[in-house]
Design a protein around this ligand. Structure first.
Ligand code: HEM
Length: 573
């Protein structure tokens, strides 16, 4: 009986287990069916998207020669060794397809109409004959992650809102002009150069008469310190912290914070293409982490900048409320100029502003401008590294540069450089322009059309997924305008007839029209003075004269790892 009872219980248990298994099986089956449905629906949607993408591609208005794109990604060939190489890619496409001055490619679903004929770009870079200011936006507001990064209505460069852009730009340009023409800025330049040379001397091995340095990092740190001084009016210790790292010297917490700031700027510049990536890819592993890193860098820079703005506002309030206040007590750095703009303490006379433009800036608006103003330290340093590279490759150019330095400084090679010297350094300027002609740091300048127009002789509807690109590298090297374009000849820009009858856009370095670079004067000032200061004090050689330039591409062309030898002209103790 007992045995029968136990057996019955066991059978019962087996039935229960069987029931459980059936339940489990049933649920699993439903899940699979559900998944199959989702899978099928996804498949149908993807097929539909692909069909729609290629339908749009093959029926696009004004098809130009160029490679066939892949949905979402565009032309995969842009990726070279898992890096984005827009510059190399477009350079090759231009050789292959650009003989008529116009070709196209696709990046992240956006159609890039690449224009390498100067005459074709007037229409979208300049106001028309009736002074209608069309095509003012660099891109459309909904593109990529502009909104996610909170850029689309802030600052100047990425700003897609006409009114905010105009307001910020007017104040920024005015403040920049003041800073560019100031003796204080020249003094800052002289001091920073002395600081940098002293670091290099301290890095020299005891018995050497030269120091080998990695120019791209030093030039970036120098430019960051310079721009920070111009923008904020105080030191940022970027060179100092780099030097201390190289010498294994302990770094204080305060300097470490500054160091992080300059590192964030460099990281951001190096990876800023993520800002233009399709929103949907934001959730893909690896990309997601990269974007999060960029967001963290931005947050850090924004928080630090906001601290600065609030602190400076308090300092200004204290100064203007003191009994013996006069306007000269306020600094001429960009931050101060922006805080006092359109207030009774404004050092500038009022421009013809309409009432909506004549109000002071809010802290948030100042932050937008300040945040992006640090980024070009990288553009200046890249251009300057290219300058060093091309001078080193062309000994005749170096000889002529040294002659100019001798003439301008009349044998006194140690006196500080002045604002007055700036206009005399004509060959220096020609070298910088010729370098930028051959190897522009910003090779693509974009405009977005939000209404139908005729461009490059073709009618264009109003579209949201097309960008018109002034292909600077293509135009600057187009044999239509330049004899032997691949040759480095600064004389083209130095008392030369060659450029006299050229089209306005046959050479460009800072873009053009109403959105031309706000920092063009300060950049030229920095590069010309640094060139004269550097070559009058030391000789510069490439460590490996045969090594090609190492380049990385984002929205600009970045110079990586340029080892140079600094040879001291006078004996160093
Ligand atoms: C060698 C250094 C530099 C180069 C080659 C350069 C180049 C350019 C180019 C090509 C543009 C696009 C212009 C256009 O769309 O027509 C631009 C825009 C701009 N640049 Fe620079 N730049 C440099 C330095 C600077 C500096 C030092 C600053 C300021 C601190 C600056 C601030 C800006 C701003 C705010 C814009 C956007 C203007 C707007 O959208 O209205 N740049 N730059």
């Amino acid at each position: 009986m007992n045995f029968l009872f136990v057996t019955l219980i066991n059978i019962n248990k087996q039935i229960d287990i069987f029931k459980l298994n059936m339940d489990f099986l049933f649920i699993t089956l439903i899940n699979i069916i559900k998944q199959i449905d989702i899978f099928k629906i996804s498949l149908i949607l993807i097929c539909f998207y692909i069909f729609h993408f290629y339908y749009k591609h093959f029926t696009r208005p004004n098809p130009f020669p160029g490679p066939i794109p892949i949905p979402l990604i565009g032309n995969l060939e842009i990726l070279k060794n898992s890096n984005v190489d827009i510059d190399g890619y477009t350079h090759n496409l231009n050789k292959k397809f650009g003989h008529n001055g116009i070709f196209e490619f696709n990046m992240a679903g956006v159609r890039y109409i690449m224009i390498s004929r100067a005459e074709y770009v007037d229409r979208f870079m300049l106001p028309d004959q009736d002074n209608h200011k069309k095509h003012l936006m660099r891109t459309n507001k909904d593109r990529g992650l502009l909104d996610f990064f909170d850029f689309s209505t802030k600052g100047v460069a990425f700003n897609c809102d006409f009114n905010y852009w105009k307001f910020n730009r007017q104040i920024f340009s005015r403040a920049m002009k003041t800073a560019s023409n100031s003796n204080k800025t020249i003094k800052l330049m002289n001091n920073l150069f002395e600081e940098m040379i002293n670091y290099w001397i301290n890095l020299k091995k005891p018995d050497d008469d030269s120091t080998i340095i990695e120019a791209s990092t030093w030039m970036f740190k120098f430019s960051f310190d310079f721009l920070f001084g111009v923008l904020i009016g105080s030191p940022s210790f970027a060179m100092k912290s780099y030097y201390q790292r190289l010498k294994n010297i302990d770094i204080t917490k305060e300097i470490m914070e500054y160091e992080k700031y300059s590192n964030c700027v460099r990281n951001f510049q190096s990876d800023n293409l993520f800002v233009f990536m399709p929103n949907i890819l934001r959730h893909v592993p690896i990309i997601k982490d990269q974007i999060q890193n960029l967001v963290n860098d931005c947050d850090f820079m924004k928080n630090k900048s906001m601290e600065r703005i609030r602190k400076r506002r308090k300092e200004i309030e204290k100064i203007v409320n003191s009994s013996n206040f006069n306007k000269n007590q306020l600094g001429n750095d960009l931050l101060t100029s922006m805080i006092i703009a359109n207030t009774p303490y404004d050092i500038h006379s009022q421009l013809n502003f309409t009432s909506s433009l004549s109000r002071p800036m809010t802290d948030d608006e100042i932050l937008g401008v300040l945040f992006e103003s640090f980024m070009p330290s990288d553009t200046i340093s890249n251009t300057f590294c290219f300058v060093i590279y091309y001078i080193s490759q062309n000994p005749n150019v170096k000889i002529k540069l040294l002659e100019e330095i001798k003439t301008v400084f009349k044998g006194d090679l140690t006196r500080p450089i002045t604002l007055n010297d700036l206009n005399k350094l004509k060959y220096c300027e020609a070298i910088i322009k010729e370098t930028s002609r051959i190897r522009p740091a910003v090779p693509l300048v974009s405009r977005y059309t939000d209404h139908a127009d005729e461009i490059a002789g073709y009618s264009w509807p109003s579209t949201t997924d097309t960008l018109f690109i002034m292909y600077v590298r293509g135009i600057n090297n187009n044999p239509l305008y330049w004899k032997d374009p691949e040759k480095f000849i600064p004389e083209r820009f130095y008392e030369s007839q060659e450029i006299k009858n050229h089209h306005k856009f046959s050479f460009s370095m800072f873009g053009g029209g109403l959105r031309v670079c706000v920092g063009k004067n300060i950049s030229m000032l920095q590069m010309k003075l640094l060139l004269a200061l550097l070559y009058r004090k030391v000789d510069v050689e490439l460590v490996d004269i045969n090594a090609p330039l190492k380049i990385k591409n984002t929205t600009s062309t970045i110079c990586e790892n340029l080892d140079i030898k600094i040879i001291y002209k006078q004996p160093i103790n």
